[in-house]
Design a protein around this ligand. Sequence first.
Ligand code: ZN
Length: 323
Amino acid sequence: MSYDETPPPARRLPGRKPLTVAAAALVIGSLGGWLLYQGTSGPDGSGSSGADTSAGASSRAAAPSGSPTDSKPGSGSGSDSDDNAPGGEDPADLPLAGRVVVIDPGHNPRNSQHTTEINAPVHIGTTSKECDTTGTSTNSGYAEAAFTLDVSHRLRTLLEKQGAKVTFTHDDDRPFGPCVDERAAIGNKAGADAALSIHADGAAAGNRGFHVILPAKVKGEGADTSEIVGPSRDLGERIVSDFARATGSERSNYIGGGTGLDVREDLGGLNLSTVPKVFIECGNMRDAQDAALVTSADWRQKAAQGLADGIGSYLKSLKRSGT
Ligand code: ZN
């Protein structure tokens, strides 16, 4: 690790914005019950601590079982409101209508109780690697797996409001995993227009900021990323730009030389993907300043907004295939 840069303190956006966003979301909310679900519980076990103004988020009280977890834009939790588009618009007119996004919440809150299973090797195209890992946590014990699910829920809400079909690789609905090869397979099977794996890092204190990980060009048994390297970079660059703007966070000071981008060939979730896919490490949970960000529901909402903006920008740049 090098410490060749001293990042300036993170800039914070004005604190009232998330409140406004939250209020607007609720007003728009013919999403109704869905948003109500969103506002009621927190996956981190801390009861979405009262200090934070959440625009919803967190786990749904009645998450459908089985995975991957699909939900249709504008629909309630398995209910009947397909015709209830936000704002009364025709869902087909929404900017991301017809687009499929796969969100991969990194790790699983229960992985630590299933070490044998998650340590079992799976093939990642070039070599073998453990099925999954437990992930990191802040020094005070806020788990990466709770963080990734929370941001994923917020992101899903934002993307569905724009008409995207969102599939999760898991939604806290299995005892461990899925394994990294299955995480990739779910994105492939869904025919995702874009896939994003959400993480936070566990580096030494003083390492700060976020970075997006792009797939390297990899060809191996069951892996060929040649078709996705280009579009994944486009997706990743858009996410870096929008995530920085929405959160005020700095690009990583320890990976990527200030670009906020890294390229890796050792991640099964990327090697085995046949659809444009990137990872994001939203911050370093082991750094006190970054930990203060990731434990803030306000900041997580900004993070989700940045991700939604970056993904949305990428999806809108794609040519319509005439469907
Ligand atoms: Zn992770």
